[in-house]
Ligand binder design. Sequence first.
Ligand code: NDP
Length: 338
Amino acid sequence: KTLVLKTCLDEGIPGPEHFEIRESPWPNIGDGVIVRLLTVSADPYMRYRIRSDGDYKPGEPMLGLVAGKILESNLSDWKAGDLFGSELPFTEIQSVPAWKAKTFRRLTGLISEDQISFGVGVLGMPGSTAYGGLVDILQPKEGETIWVSGAAGAVGSTVGMMAKQVFNCIVIGSAGGPEKCQIVKEQFGFDHCIDYKMCRSTKDLVKSLRHVAPAGIDMYFENVGGMHFEAAMQCLRPKGRVAICGVISDYNKSKMSPNKIYVSNMIYTEQTVQGFHCLPWLQGERGQFLEDMALWLSEGKVQVRETVFDGLDSFGSAFRALFEGGNIGKVVINLSPK
Ligand code: NDP
């Protein structure tokens, strides 16, 4: 089976009606490998790509982050049974040419087949995003205060756990609704969590933030944008740092709204705002993402929480959950049989 894009969407929330399943023939191995996908990932960046001016075209297979197992191999460095992570079309069983198979991330030895979904989560793009943004961009120091928006999600929860357990920071999260805020504090170990849905304006959000961080914040990890960014800039201390990871509150709008940057304040307070993307860490070109994260996982400093959907045809519902707040931790789509 292959998941294909049925129709593009410029404005509004995507769902199952935008995708469909097609049958695919058994592939020929060629010079590389035949793989079975065990997990595919629904991620916010895919929202840009299903716009009419995006990369995905109707009728073509969806392409995204996956984790799976080698079924047959013509390559010396990959053998049947090996586990890998990669970016591939969402076709359950497919051949992959040698040049592409050489870019696979090896997951064998790091996780068991039962944990294969970690390959699109904590040991995949969201994990590398959290790692790069916190460790290398924000460079936390013990005792500093960090605010993480989107705190119940895949990236945000991992940032908060690392900031608390590895760097001994004071960690404030924000998430939508009391149930999520409770999980952010009790399961992910944040010191505080603000229910942003109770805040009708930037002023309300600033008030909530000042209540838990009267002296302000040293770092802000941006996942949401809009009102969250404005509130962070009003509470950022001198020498404060902001990592711009994503602005999900903008993704379903027909035009992206520009964020206001408080430039003059930034000059005199020597603050740093930096955008970044995960690829240098995910591809192993910067830092030691896989080694460090696998260690912190085994030590229990970082824990995994997932919202699991079953089967390729549940992709649309999984994707919609990201924009309706229907997930806690990483959204994964498990494909059977394992
Ligand atoms: P999440 O697991 O955090 O899922 C998305 C969450 O965003 C939802 O559960 C919801 O939580 C929240 N959300 C959705 N719409 C809104 C809105 N309008 N206002 C406020 N919150 C909203 O997703 P990820 O962890 O995968 O991604 C988090 C961010 O990181 C995204 O902005 C994404 O684009 C970015 N990203 C950036 C990368 C990079 O390389 N720079 C790589 C990967 C992700 P709630 O119920 O709390 O509202």
